[in-house]
Design a protein around this ligand. Structure first.
Ligand code: SF4
Ligand code: SF4
Length: 105
């Protein structure tokens, strides 16, 4: 059985993708996290208004690696909720992958 995970950094298709982490600067925003959870995210990865992840262009600053080849999330264990809810093969995933020239799962 293939193990799916919903962010770059562990086993599954995301490890060789990262597309959803580099599709919109408005996407990796904070939603239902409490202060304790947000405090775990290093300040260098947080945007100026403290509303979400800092992005460089459309790419989250916590993402390392090459999209579609090998990527990882620098804050995997404490990543925002939106990052946990994007699932391989769902509509958001397919849209993000298409934008990077990757086939839908
Ligand atoms: S776009 Fe899909 S496969 Fe790629 S990292 Fe996001 S959830 Fe995973
Ligand atoms: S925090 Fe991690 S999982 Fe979320 S967008 Fe950034 S690199 Fe991707």
């Amino acid at each position: 059985m293939e193990i799916f995970d919903n962010a770059p950094g562990e086993t599954g298709p995301c490890q060789a993708c990262g597309a959803c982490c580099a599709t919109s600067r408005n996407w990796p925003r904070f939603t239902i996290e409490d202060d304790a959870a947000l405090d775990l995210i290093p300040a260098k990865f947080v945007n100026g208004t403290l509303s979400g992840m800092r992005c460089e262009g459309e790419r989250c600053s916590a993402l390392s690696g090459r999209i579609g080849v090998a990527t990882s999330c620098g804050i995997y264990a404490m990543r925002p909720e939106v990052c946990r809810t994007c699932m391989p093969g769902d509509p958001e995933c397919s849209m993000a992958r298409r934008r990077h020239g990757l086939r839908a799962l």
